[in-house]
Design a protein around this ligand. Structure first.
Ligand SMILES: Cc1ncc(COP(=O)(O)O)c(C=O)c1O
Length: 464
């Protein structure tokens, strides 16, 4: 396949950097992302604005393949579009050997629009629309991960209608706990319980229109313990071995996503009172080795698929916002209000997610002064701390962010690690236009990859 050739061609020119910090330079009070002056970006494109590093995206795409080369090179990495489906980002991943994992007909459409061929796409999800399934079947997609018996029946009848044999894998819930976001347990809505999956493999194996080629599980996101990977992979390996002895030979084991990102990495030390889940203690190599140790227990060599979102895109994106209001309460607490909140960083309220914040306008001043930070949305929850947790004395986020004492309206605040599950979940709540996205290109330039919405965009789809 062409992507494998591309991967090997590119290895020799990439020098891997350790983290996003290696891409950020601070000089004479100015901050650069891969030589792009972030202050100038904020001025030109206005705030809020997302800025992505193309170099970091490429590094992330290639570094896992690099790691895999020594351990288990029968690996294919898929990018989980749900983390960030901008077409320009998809194109970069594709050019660097990362295939696509989609969870809706919309993502399937975007993946193909970005140039992915059907045989480079796997289709997941607990509620795939029939039009997505029909496109996937007709086009001959690499694999559909079956989420229920009902869904398998639909795939079967669509395959019969179009006279094709569709490649399928069963999505399993192996009853393995994860630490932050859990999806591999039967109390969730996802996938098939093991016994049910065995039945479906036999049914599919005997069917003229279906070809069981793999097995899938997604254990969770930001997985923090090796034991989760060990138990999850082991459960699938055991199934592969049993199925083999029953006459069904699978080609691949798909372990889904879940490699964590270290959200505490920042060029300035601002990491106070942050829970361990944002600074994972496990590293990539041991995760990979843990999976591979279990894979070696299969009775024949299977290909490993990974569907990574967060790990590939989280640390490639920065968000620039502006302070637009301030107040001091009678208890002395200073509040700053930014021009972006949960309309563009929904995970701050949904998952109490932590992102480091730095005052770009005063980058060389000590970040040692406590502020309460809120977004512009007319809603109590639109804050960068955990209000409910504070009321119950169990906050998941620090009460204060430490910024230079003189921080004031007009200052630009840089938020790090915002590449995953941010712009993708953004809304127009409070009728705020969604922000633009720009790319700091590998050549050292700046390219707009999503235009910012205008006020006209807000009414464009409404019947006037
Ligand atoms: C089926 C599936 N695969 C892959 C992913 C990507 O997960 P992550 O971003 O944690 O790597 C998700 C995310 O929820 C998912 O649901």
């Amino acid at each position: 396949m062409q992507v494998w050739r591309l991967k090997s061609d590119l290895f020799h020119i990439i020098i891997f950097m350790n983290s996003i910090n290696d891409h950020i330079t601070i000089a004479s009070g100015k901050t650069y992302l891969d030589n792009v002056n972030l202050g100038e970006v904020a001025e030109k494109y206005r705030t809020p604005v997302f800025v992505f590093s193309e170099k970091r995206i490429i590094e992330n795409a290639l570094s896992l393949y690099q790691l895999a080369k020594d351990e288990y090179d029968k690996i294919t990495i898929f990018y989980a579009l749900k983390a960030n489906s901008n077409i320009n980002i998809l194109r970069i991943f594709r050019e660097h050997g990362v295939l696509a994992e989609v969870v809706s007909h919309g993502e399937l459409y975007k993946a193909m629009k970005a140039g992915y061929k059907p045989e480079e796409i796997v289709f997941n999800g607990p509620g795939k629309y029939i039009e997505g399934l029909e496109t996937a079947v007709k086009k001959g997609i690499k694999c559909i991960n079956i989420d229920s018996e009902y869904e398998m029946e639909i795939v079967r009848s669509l395959s019969k209608k179009h006279g094709v044999k569709t490649r399928v894998a069963m999505r399993i819930v192996p009853e393995v706990e994860a630490q932050v976001i859990e999806t591999g347990l039967s109390w969730t809505k996802f996938g098939l319980e093991i016994d049910n999956a065995f039945e479906l493999y036999h049914k599919a194996g005997e069917d003229k229109w279906l070809k069981p080629v793999g097995i899938h599980s997604h254990l969770g996101s930001q997985i923090l313990e090796l034991d989760t990977w060990r138990r999850g992979t082991r459960a699938l390996v055991d199934m592969v071995n049993k199925l083999r002895s029953e006459g069904i030979k699978l080609e691949h084991i798909n372990m889904g996503g879940g490699f964590p990102n270290d959200y505490t990495i920042s060029p300035i030390d601002v990491n106070i009172d942050v829970l361990d889940k944002f600074k994972p203690s496990i590293e990539e190599k041991p995760i990979f080795q843990t999976i591979v140790d279990q894979l070696k227990k299969t009775r024949y060599e299977v290909e490993l698929y990974l569907e990574l979102g967060r790990r590939l895109i989280a640390d490639t994106g920065i968000l620039l916002m502006k302070v637009i209001n301030q107040k001091t309460r009678s208890n002395g607490e200073k509040w700053l209000i930014l021009d972006g909140g949960f309309n563009i960083l929904l995970s701050t309220v949904l998952y109490k997610w932590y992102y480091p914040m730095i005052n770009l306008s005063r980058i060389e001043e000590p970040h040692d002064h406590p502020f309460r930070i809120g977004g512009p949305i007319c809603d109590t929850d639109d804050a960068f701390h955990d209000l409910e947790g504070e009321l119950e004395n169990d906050p998941h986020l620090p009460r204060y962010r430490y910024l230079p004492e003189k921080t004031e309206p007009g200052d630009i605040i840089m938020v790090l690690h915002v590449g995953a599950y941010t712009i993708e979940e953004a809304s127009n709540y409070n009728s705020l236009p969604r922000p633009p996205m720009v790319l700091a290109t590998k050549e050292g330039g700046v390219r707009l990859i999503r235009r910012g919405e205008t006020l006209e965009d807000l009414v464009e789809k409404e019947m006037l």
